[in-house]
Design a protein. Structure first.
Length: 148
């Protein structure tokens, strides 16, 4: 069943709404996605291009290769899209969704560039932001609360 989801960049100057038909997303490990996001992979949700409405303004775009452009916010730097030339689909970064926790990875792409040491992190120790007093005090002094 289709439903609307919203998202945008960190500073809020680029916002979108998108109609999605499922919670499926994927992880892309290709070097282009690694470099574009600064991460070891990109978490992406593919949607029909026509299902996306830019509610504040469209993202800034830059050709990332001969076959695609990447959408991002030039104000805060948030990566937002991967857009293949001539495709009726585009990929939104999972982290840019307001309710990103609804989405789940169902596959991997570009595995020839996967960094195996980052594949399974379940056994690493966990630490919450509110367990770091120096970070908490900075946020409390600036905003009166921790960020969302």
């Amino acid at each position: 069943m289709a439903r609307m989801m919203t998202g945008g960049c960190q500073c809020g100057s680029v916002r979108y709404s998108v109609e999605v038909s499922d919670d499926d997303a994927y992880l892309c490990h290709c070097r282009m996605c690694q470099r574009a996001t600064g991460g070891v992979f990109a978490a992406l949700k593919q949607v029909p291009r026509a299902a996306v409405a830019w509610t504040t303004r469209e993202p800034d775009r830059r050709a990332s290769s001969e076959i695609a452009v990447r959408g991002f916010c030039a104000v805060c730097g948030t990566p937002l899209t991967y857009e293949g030339h001539g495709s009726d689909q585009l990929d939104l970064t999972v982290g840019s969704f307001d309710d990103a926790g609804r989405l789940r990875p169902v596959g991997h792409f570009g595995v020839e560039s996967r960094h195996e040491g980052w594949r399974d992190t379940r056994d690493l120790p966990d630490k919450r932001t509110d367990e770091l007093p120096n970070i908490v005090s900075k946020w409390i002094n600036l905003r009166g609360k921790l960020p969302d």
